[in-house]
Design a protein around this ligand. Sequence first.
Ligand code: ZN
Length: 147
Amino acid sequence: MKVCRCKIFTRGLTHSCLNCGSHTLFPKGKYFQMNARCESCGFDWEGEGSEGHYLRSTSLNFGVTLVCYLFPVLMFVWAGWISALTGEVLAFAGAILVPLLIFRSARSWALMNYYVFVSQELPANFPTKTGESEPKETSPHNTSLIR
Ligand SMILES: [Zn+2]
């Protein structure tokens, strides 16, 4: 297997293409857009089933915001370190700003989270014609590369 789970993990954390490692996940200058495919290797991460990817990244974004930001603010209020009004202001502002700040990371993490479990579905990990068998199942993300 060319791309191991460790590489998928590090590439996902650095917003890189999971297949080849180039930084082509997002176009330059457009924060809320994601390229449909890798400009370097052609890996189609927004092929069929991309609705599921968007839902996964949105859920991940909300979960990270809740656990890593809103819950600590609530604990600070509960412990008496900040006032309830300050906590409400921080929670309201953070509930809007944190998801915007981690938008790109959540998109990349969602892809990483999917392919770290099915790393054999990355095109770089497809068997070669030197004797290995063809993959039995394919992901909806990479069906265009198989044809
Ligand atoms: Zn690539």
